[in-house]
Design a protein around this ligand. Sequence first.
Ligand code: E4P
Length: 218
Amino acid sequence: MKLFIDTANIDEIKEASRLGLIDGVTTNPTLIAREGREFMPLVKEICQLVDGPISLEAVSSLSNDMLKEARDLAHIHPNAVVKLPLTRDGLIATKQLATEGIKVNMTLVFSPTQALLAAKAGAAYVSPFVGRLDDISHWGMDLVEQIITIYDNYDFETEIIVASVRNPLHVLEAAMIGADIATIPFAVIEQLIKHPLSDIGVERFLKDWEKVEKKNKR
Ligand code: E4P
């Protein structure tokens, strides 16, 4: 399973990249706004930090405007992926961009039939938002399971990015059901690494090793 980081924060991307396990980055207008920086220099810097797909979201509502914006975003870097919302105009634009070889990540996906349309439009990625569904008492991960079944039934090549990840259990479930990718906030990546028994174990081994070193000095 590929792991993307869901942030536009340079320090978080740098820190997570040091692990050597980050395969891509997803951003959205909220994450960009949080950084309080100009868009272009920020995303160019992000593209230099991670050698993998970098999702950059278009903010137009009409398909013609989306197309123009998407082509501009795609020119920023060879790894740029254009994020478009799963709307009527988003689907129209995705279909056209796919014919031009521009990769689209269809975002804000909340139903399996939306995901079916995204795949038929030729989206390279589809992003079901599991956390936002959980927030309204729907099992977000059920949606991912349904999309996997549909895509397997018809051999769609669209990759499933489990998005709106809120905790390590979302990542666990994504891996258990075979999602292609999880895009994970920095704080959750940190949670994935930690286990109290690992910390206790390291501490105990180091204490015991001190005894060996003391004996060796005698
Ligand atoms: C994914 O591409 C989105 O940027 C992100 O996962 C949305 O997460 P949120 O629901 O926590 O805002």
